[in-house]
Design a protein around this ligand. Structure first.
Ligand SMILES: [Zn+2]
Length: 376
């Protein structure tokens, strides 16, 4: 067994203690007070691992953390990306407490997406620093708003990525597989304006925004194509006032997923140019692509090859997969930086009540991260 893996295996219980601490400090994306307090905690934790920590203030969301080891002037750093926000509102712990069950499963809000990955990333650095003379620069950027489209971290992540030798993303994995491509993600809001009118006494004076929206939903959904991987989903819809009024307004939120840039452009244009059925109805479309597609280019493929051979040395088989979900890895890859995503926990149930990780995989996954940092 490699000495890094042995060390991490010996510290498995300490890793689980950290996992419990991370999960039981709730950190919902839109709860600034809790996010800032998590950032404060994480800053202290990272300092305990010999890192320098910069708290990056954010007004609209929680603060981010820029955690570094080594001398950045000496070499291009390796970038590790992780987010500490979760989709779970405060109080979720009451119904979904942190617990470790027989069978080696840890449960709790954010345990898989992605506090397990964070713990493994920090332990990778701890192992490297204690066991090797590794002294090259590493930037571990932890953002607070990944589950809220990374609107307030995207620029920072792209800047870090451009400056880095490679980016490793600690997102939860799909069955242990690395994520080597991701769909691009678009978010749009469609607003239809019709004309209100009494549904009984003046039924033909009105223009129903709901009728218009219903037609638009069908048109939007018709772009979904299993062959090309393009999907369009109207996720929320609202409209009208009361039952006896012809609706003057309707709004919908639309999610787009595409495989490549050309399709991202083609579909953005298609969504922006949807037109009303009635001459006098108005349709307004706002939004666009929020995460570019992550393409399996040469840099991605070569990092995966390296990870696969390291995993083989560590005693496990590593596969790769495409994901329909976005992540901050998309920004790093889009910036032209070799990027490997899905390096985090092995488990299932991201954003779902059965969220869980397999705890026996934690030392091996952390060792993989450590060896990647060491050898890239
Ligand atoms: Zn995530």
């Amino acid at each position: 067994m490699s000495k890094i893996l042995r060390y991490l295996t010996e510290h498995h219980t300490d890793m689980l203690d950290d996992l419990e601490e991370f999960v039981t400090r709730e950190s919902p994306s839109y709860d600034k007070a809790r996010m800032d307090s998590f950032a404060e905690f994480l800053a202290g934790y990272a300092k305990g691992l010999g890192a320098e920590v910069e708290i990056v203030p954010v007004e609209e969301r929680g603060n981010h953390l820029r955690i570094t080891w080594g001398d950045e002037a000496a070499d291009k750093p390796i970038l590790i990306l992780g987010h500490f926000d979760t989709v779970w509102p405060a109080g979720t712990l009451e119904t979904m407490p942190f617990r470790i069950e027989d069978g080696g499963v840890a449960r709790g809000p954010g345990v898989f997406d992605m506090k397990g990955g964070l713990v493994q990333g920090f332990w990778a650095m701890k192992a490297l620093r204690e066991l090797t003379d590794f002294d090259r620069p590493v930037v571990f950027f932890c953002n607070s708003d990944e589950e809220a489209h990374s609107y307030f971290s995207r620029d920072l992540i792209e800047k870090e990525a451009k400056n880095a030798r490679a980016a490793l993303v600690l997102e939860s994995s799909n069955g242990g597989k690395m994520t080597t491509s991701r769909k691009g993600v678009g978010v749009f809001e469609v607003e239809v304006t019709g004309r209100e009118s009494h549904a009984g006494s003046n039924p033909f004076k009105g223009i129903s925004a709901i009728d218009e929206m219903a037609r638009l939903v069908l048109e939007l959904h018709s772009h979904t194509n299993p062959e090309t991987g393009t999907t369009v989903n109207v996720g929320t819809i609202e409209g009208g006032t009361v039952v006896n009024v012809i609706a003057g307004k309707a709004k919908a939120k639309v999610n787009l997923r595409v495989m490549d840039e050309a399709e991202a452009e083609r579909m953005s244009e298609a969504i922006r140019s949807i037109a009303p059925h009635h001459d006098e109805a108005k349709v307004e479309v706002r939004g666009g692509i929020v995460r570019p597609p992550m393409i399996r280019g040469e840099g991605v493929a070569s990092l995966f090859g390296r990870a696969r051979s390291i995993a083989a040395d560590l005693g496990f088989d590593l596969g790769e997969t495409m994901s329909g979900g976005g992540s901050d890895g998309s920004f790093a890859a889009h910036a032209g930086t070799p990027t490997l995503d899905g390096m985090g926990a092995v488990g299932q149930g991201a954003h779902a009540t059965h969220e869980q990780i397999k705890i026996d995989t934690m030392p091996g996954r952390a060792a993989l991260v450590a060896r990647m940092i060491e050898t890239i």
